[in-house]
Ligand binder design. Structure first.
Ligand code: UDP
Length: 238
């Protein structure tokens, strides 16, 4: 089923940029993602992107070791998202798309500081927005940033990229009986304890009545295919 949403916030985890040998960044993967996003914009979709930093640092895990406090580790995590965002902005520009990084953490010599009105203006002009620096606050994740920015930038849906092509009744890697849902509500996802995003992010999506499309973007052109309904995905919507 083709989705009727036009302005989409795409949430990629930092791990989506990693090389097969574990190096934090893989230029070929970046180029493939950028090409896919370029195709989506040519197809009329307006795209805002949030990239995590988990390929470099996750604050909660780092601070659990005990030698660094959580807010400092989270600051490092937010900086990691800026590095990923600049890499993706570069790949998007190379793919012929005008892309603009805006960071919630102010660093004006490196990129624009996030502000809602200029961000809306960039989107209205057809630029791809790369939203870096998370929410700018510790103790949050980029899933929460994705939902927050989607809600404030009038995005019609969040496309949450995962390792599997949707939301399943059980882990499809270990349970052959697992079935993929085509459509579930936010309330059903919570009642069945389906982990789609972290709790804070998902609560905000539910409160904002924001649709979340869950799919896998590993294959070439999969972002466009999910949005056009030719690749499998799960729609979480009221
Ligand atoms: N982070 C943060 N505040 C935010 C977003 C992110 O402190 O609003 C930090 C946090 O340490 C997080 C890290 O940045 O672990 C990387 O983001 P995330 O874990 O969401 O990345 P992903 O798992 O999507 O790659």
């Amino acid at each position: 089923m083709a989705h009727s949403y036009r302005r989409i916030l795409v949430k990629l985890s930092g791990e989506a940029l990693m090389a097969p040998d574990g190096y934090w960044l893989h230029p070929q993967t970046l180029a493939q993602l950028a090409e896919d996003l370029a195709r989506a914009t040519r197809g009329g979709f307006e795209i805002a992107l949030v990239i995590g930093g988990g390929n470099i640092i996750r604050g909660a895990r780092m601070s659990a070791a005990g030698w660094i406090d959580r807010p400092t580790a989270d600051s490092m995590g937010m900086l990691a998202t800026v590095m990923n965002s600049l890499a993706l902005e570069t790949a998007l520009n190379a793919a012929g798309v005008s892309a603009r990084t805006m960071s919630a953490v102010s660093m004006p010599t490196i990129c624009e500081t996030y502000a809602r009105q200029p961000a809306l203006h960039h989107l209205d002009k057809g630029q791809v927005l790369v939203l870096a620096g998370g929410t700018g606050n510790p103790f949050f994740t980029t899933d929460t940033s994705a939902v927050l920015r989607a809600a404030e930038l009038h995005c019609h849906a969040v496309l949450k990229a995962t390792q599997v092509d949707g939301v399943y009744s059980a882990d499809p890697k270990t349970n052959p009986e697992a079935i993929r849902y085509d459509h579930i509500t936010h309330d059903e996802a919570i009642a069945r304890d389906l982990k789609i995003m972290d709790t804070a992010a998902f609560a905000l999506a539910r409160e904002s009545r924001l649709p979340v499309i869950v799919g896998c973007v590993h294959a070439p052109s999969s972002i466009t295919a999910i949005l056009e309904g030719t690749a499998p995905s799960t729609l979480v919507a009221p």
